[in-house]
Write a protein that binds this ligand. Structure first.
Ligand code: PGA
Ligand code: ZN
Length: 419
């Protein structure tokens, strides 16, 4: 009774890039939930469709009525059933009729409304009383590729993980200390640096990959020494973005270097060794399970090798990767698959097969804080959600509140990578 859905509101709002996205309110007899969909710039080709042709404007007039007609009167607690109804309403394999961003915003708002109906925070409603682990925040430091201007590095994201932090506050402030140090070092190298940032709040400098790697590594070392909190460098290469299918080469435009798949595997494994990378995401283009498997074979014991565009939070595609030994971690983005139930299925499959689930933001975000709760509820040992910027800190500050609320909080155990 408490969680029966009484009303649903859908509106168009701004995301962090100034693009339109959807926000959904779900009102139950005794609760209220609000959620908004994020959006990607370097999307995987097998993600569900974010919005049908015409974007948000194409559906905004009618989607509220269509969804309300089916969901009002249902119990928000029956999340799996509601997710099935959402997929039925859409009726397509890839959610291209009403859009995966529509279904995911409704799915998350329903879960939040159900939690609120019982006066529970979302992480407790989804995860029960047992979760007490706080994920380590993977912070974005330098942006390149599709997230920055054309003189920035080819590698999309230079990240850091404060693996030595003993609580979330220490972790997020350590990330910010590295972020500041990196700015100083970029300015030392480039007197024309304006302090400009990319989509996820990392600096967008006129640097080569090599220069950015050096600055990232020395900043991690210095801040580790000064604070006593060990910080490790990490990358998201988003390699599909600079793979040329005709030439069958990875094109590093900034350096004028081309690498075939074998050379790419060697190059990445060399970077992992030289800089002590803790985590590398999408080092190989999507679809190339063999390339991923080769790199995992070579470097997977030393480094987390994570698939984002490769797996697109899809359990079937992850199964294929597991069989082929491609990677040992998976990025979890609910809007890549369209519902919370399907996202959870993928998280479970990952965990059962010792793949690290890394709950993640997208480059286009809103201050929606839902993923902080998902990471805690599902015991994701790492959360990827930036380091600075209003839409990024919304998640980080929510983790600080969650930690404060727990009776016996602990940082996740990364000794066996948290699995
Ligand atoms: P996207 O990028 O949100 O633009 O897809 C983020 C990522 O690749 O991890
Ligand atoms: Zn990625």
């Amino acid at each position: 009774m408490d969680s029966v859905i009484e009303d649903i509101r859908v509106r168009k709002i701004l995301d962090s890039r100034g693009n339109p996205t959807l926000e959904v309110d779900v009102i139950t007899w005794n609760g209220f939930g609000r959620a908004a969909a994020p959006s990607g710039a370097s999307t995987g080709s097998r993600e569900v469709v974010a919005f049908p042709k015409g974007g948000v404007d194409g559906i905004i007039e009618e989607v509220e009525d269509i969804i309300s007609a089916e969901l009002i009167g249902m119990d928000a607690e029956d999340l799996q059933e509601i997710d099935l109804v959402l997929k039925e309403i859409d009726g397509t394999e890839n959610l291209s009729a009403i859009g995966g961003n529509t279904t995911v915003a409704v799915s998350m708002a329903v879960a939040k409304a159900a939690a609120a109906s019982y006066n529970l925070p979302l992480y407790r409603f989804l995860g029960g009383n047992m979760p007490s682990q706080i994920p380590f925040p993977l912070g974005n430091m330098i942006n390149g590729g599709a997230h920055a201007g054309k003189n920035a590095p080819d590698i999309q994201e230079f990240l850091v993980l404060p693996v030595g932090a003993s609580n979330i506050t220490e972790a997020v402030f350590t990330n910010v200390a590295v972020h500041r140090r990196i700015r100083e070092k970029i300015a030392e190298k480039d007197s024309l640096f304006t302090g400009g940032k990319g989509d996820e709040g990392g600096w967008a400098p006129n640097l080569t990959n090599q220069e950015a790697l050096e600055i990232q590594a020395t900043s991690c070392e210095e801040v580790s020494q000064e604070t006593g909190v060990l910080v490790k460098p990490c990358l998201d290469m988003a390699a599909s973005e600079f793979w040329d299918a005709d030439q069958e080469k990875y094109i590093y435009a900034k350096e004028g270097v081309h690498r075939d798949t074998g050379e790419q595997v060697d190059y990445v494994s060399e970077i992992i060794d030289t800089y002590g990378m803790f985590f590398v995401e999408d080092p190989i283009r999507e679809g190339d399970f063999q390339g991923f498997a080769d790199l995992t074979q070579k470097s997977g014991k030393k480094c987390i090798i994570c698939g984002d565009d490769l797996f697109v939070t899809n359990a079937d595609i992850l199964s294929e990767g597991i069989q082929k030994g491609a990677g040992n971690a998976i990025i979890i983005k609910p809007n890549q698959i369209g519902t919370l139930s399907d996202t959870y299925e993928t998280v479970n499959l990952a965990r059962t097969n010792k793949y690290v689930p890394v709950v993640s933001h997208r480059s286009g975000e809103t201050p929606d804080e839902t993923i902080a709760h998902l990471a805690v509820a599902w015991s994701s040992p790492i959360i990827k959600t930036g380091a600075v910027g209003g839409e990024r800190i919304a998640k980080l500050n929510e983790l600080i509140r969650i930690e404060e609320e727990m009776s016996n909080p602990q940082m996740a155990d990364l000794s066996d990578r948290g699995i």
